[in-house]
Write a protein that binds this ligand. Structure first.
Ligand code: PBG
Ligand code: ZN
Length: 326
């Protein structure tokens, strides 16, 4: 006769070694991507008030930072260039020797085997702060495509491994793929910000990248946080347009989306972006002594991976690598 409970799940939780033996999800520095802010104006380098512990670097500081990151075990960076000059048409964005292109070259010189990914969007380059050019008081989708494509080609030309379009313009992946191929950059891949929600968690980033919209908001191009089915449509269109890898952003509040996109596109690497607001909430609460920053960061990132993310973009990348090594 069987006695209840036959299966005692606590048996496999009894010691650290048993728990480690049956652990299903393990973080590794190899799947973490560090965002790096690079400013053209050296005066703007330094700490970012809204992102405690994160800095903006100028070009001459980049090699040292890459050295520090790779020594910690981080092998991939996502570059955000912040130009001196902004205008309505984002002219600095397509400059082959613009700030992001120069940053790519410096990173490549510093480290031949680094995976260099660039953010492709114009909101840091436009004087109005929107992710595309404006016509009749709204963002003109199709007029923006050629600018994004030209920007991506400039980054590829400088040596980026992957370009990551984040503007949420319809057709941006197809336009970029065609332009890269026409320019002979058929080996440059596209990590698409396929599912990017119009989130209130981007606030700290907008200080860091100086890209807050000067009027209105981004809801006419970024996704409504209430929608999950539409997220699958976004992922499918980007796959059809030739995306090599997909991204869901933000991460922790969108674990269901991460899970669904991974199920729908199991053969595409899926990245999740733990965004600035997610980072700053944990970092600030940690600094205030309200919670243990290290444990909460590791728990959040483990949950993001468990939900289905293969890669995680996080401002904690370098510290996680160090925590995992210690
Ligand atoms: C630019 C861009 C944003 C982020 C990444 N690329 C801001 C935005 O869309 O307003 C957010 C990243 C973060 O919050 O960490 N399009
Ligand atoms: Zn943008």
């Amino acid at each position: 006769m069987s006695r209840y409970p036959q299966r005692r799940l606590r048996r496999l939780r009894r010691t650290p070694a048993l728990r480690s033996l049956v652990r299903e999800t393990v973080l590794s520095p190899r799947e973490l991507i560090q965002p790096v802010f690079v400013v053209e104006d050296p005066q703007s380098a330094g700490p970012i008030a809204s992102l405690p512990g994160v800095q903006r670097y100028h070009l001459d500081q980049l090699a040292g930072e890459i050295e520090r990151l790779t020594a910690a075990g981080i092998q991939a960076v996502l570059l955000f260039g912040i130009p001196k000059k902004k205008d309505a048409r984002a002219s600095a964005a397509t400059d082959v020797s613009g700030i992001t292109a120069q940053a790519v070259r410096r990173c490549r010189e510093a480290r031949e085997d680094l995976v260099i990914i660039t953010d492709v969007c114009v909101c840091s380059y436009t004087d109005h702060g929107h992710c595309g050019v404006i016509a009749d008081e709204s963002v003109d989708n199709d007029a923006t495509l050629s600018i994004l494509a030209e920007m991506a080609v400039a980054h590829a030309h400088a040596g980026a491994d992957l370009v990551a379009p984040s503007a949420m313009m319809d057709g941006q992946v197809a336009a970029i793929r065609a332009a890269l191929d026409d320019a002979g950059h058929y080996e440059t891949g596209i990590l698409s910000y396929a599912v990017k929600f119009a989130s209130s968690l981007y606030g700290p980033f907008r200080d860091a990248a100086d890209c807050a919209p000067q009027f209105g908001d981004r809801r006419a191009y970024q996704m409504d946080p209430a929608n999950a089915r539409e997220a699958l449509a976004e992922a499918s269109t980007d796959v059809a347009e030739g995306a090599d890898a997909l991204m869901v952003k933000p991460a922790l509040a969108y674990l269901d989306i991460i899970h669904h996109v991974k199920q729908q596109h199991p053969d595409h690497p899926l990245a999740a972006y733990q965004v600035s607001g997610e980072y700053s909430m944990i970092a600030t609460a940690g600094r205030e002594g309200l919670l243990d920053e290290r444990l909460v960061a590791l728990e959040s990132l483990t949950a993001i991976k468990r939900a289905g993310a293969d890669l995680i973009i996080t401002y904690y990348a370098d510290r996680v690598a160090n925590w995992l090594a210690s």
